[in-house]
Design a protein around this ligand. Structure first.
Ligand code: DOR
Ligand code: ZN
Length: 362
């Protein structure tokens, strides 16, 4: 079966600054292996991407290393609303962190949000990490300023129901859900081992399952599945941290996801929980529309929808070396990816070279 190249609007590439976790090369290899041909890269790097100099830094690395197409987000900081507004044409969108997250970009003070809503006029929307009641506040801003806002990684029943109401009332809101918030619940979190173990021998306890937003209750997950029509996009929130970090003293939040998203969705399609049309709308058509991304001519993904296999971190390309879906049986495998007329992935091998990826905002 042939699918269009998927667009993942939420990827933590980790370069600049944390290339031991991932970089533009390994992240885009993982993308291609997962059938993703465009990634939108988050700005919570080290340093964060929040002005012209840091944007240049990220894009210089991407230009030489990316193997699939991409764009880079800018981060909303306490004093950069005018500068990011000026840089908007070069960016995927503006990311605002309003809640607990990884990295330095967090706007705790509500007055700081207003300048960004007032000034941002990008081709991409303002993407907010806002959970529960702060999400309601972000929706209020979208309504007051009549600006499009995209809610990242919706995980709770109350959130999807609020978005549904806001949409019905004409608020310019779109949203995304991650595979881990659809295929895992907090009941999948194994208890931590009783005594501290050496790094890397934590045995996959609670630390590994740290993620923001947290894994939710089965009732929350069920509400997401019941409101698929309210979900505009699927996004991995691919957030790699190494196994040593995840099993260490202070586990950082985040899961890798680029290589497991499509097999998980193909499995759900095989089980009749989702349709191919849902997948294409939420992973191609809607993200292209919401982020104003160009068509990719002569680009497609070939999948063997009947191949059955087991997800194992050892077989994945991400540098982080683990997956929360270890051992899961899935149906559907990416066999070939053609990106802009060239074979980019075939039978487990990434064939697109570093630098083949294009910045879709150039
Ligand atoms: O789990 C998360 N990981 N949530 C975030 O908000 C940030 C992300 C990361 O960068 O690791
Ligand atoms: Zn994220």
């Amino acid at each position: 079966m042939r699918l269009p190249g998927l667009i993942d609007p939420h990827v933590h590439v980790r370069e600049p600054g944390q290339t031991h976790k991932e970089d533009w090369d390994s992240a885009t290899q993982a993308a291609l292996a997962g059938g993703v041909t465009t990634v939108l890269a988050m700005p919570n790097t080290k340093p964060p991407i929040f002005d012209a100099a840091t944007l240049d830094l990220a894009l210089a690395a991407a230009r030489t290393k990316a193997r699939c197409d991409y764009a880079q987000y800018l981060g909303a900081g306490p004093a950069n609303a005018a500068e990011v507004a000026r840089l908007a044409p070069r960016a995927a969108g503006l990311k605002m962190y309003l809640d607990s997250t990884f990295g330095e970009l967090r706007l705790d003070e509500m007055t700081l949000w207003l300048e960004h809503f007032r000034l941002w006029r990008g081709r991409g929307p303002i993407v907010v990490h806002a959970e529960s009641r702060s999400m309601a506040a972000a929706l209020a801003c979208a309504q007051m300023f009549d600006r499009p806002v995209h809610i990242a990684h919706v995980s709770l029943r109350e959130e999807i129901l609020l978005i549904k109401e806001a949409k019905a009332r004409g608020v310019k809101v779109t949203c995304e859900v991650t595979p881990h918030h659809l295929f895992l619940t907090k009941e999948d979190i194994p208890p931590s081992p009783p005594s501290p173990l050496p790094q890397g021998e934590g045995g996959g306890g609670e630390g590994r399952f740290e993620v923001r937003p947290r894994l939710a209750s089965p009732a929350d997950v069920q509400a997401l599945w019941q409101n698929l029509d309210v979900i505009d996009c699927f996004a991995t929130d691919h957030a790699p941290h190494t196994l040593a970090e995840k099993d260490g003293e202070t586990p950082p939040p985040g899961f890798p996801g680029l290589e497991t998203m499509l097999p998980l969705f193909l499995t759900a399609i095989g089980e009749g929980r989702l349709t191919i049309n849902h997948l294409i709308q939420k992973s191609v058509v809607n993200p292209r529309k919401i982020f104003h991304l160009p068509e990719q001519p002569e680009t497609w993904v070939e999948v063997d929808e009947n191949a059955r296999w087991e997800i194992r971190a050892a077989d994945l390309r991400s540098r982080c070396g683990w997956t929360p879906f270890e051992g899961r049986q899935v149906r559907g495998r990416v066999t070939r990816v053609v990106l802009r007329g060239r074979e980019a992935f075939r039978e487990g091998l990434v064939l697109a070279g570093p630098g083949y990826g294009r910045n879709v905002r150039e």
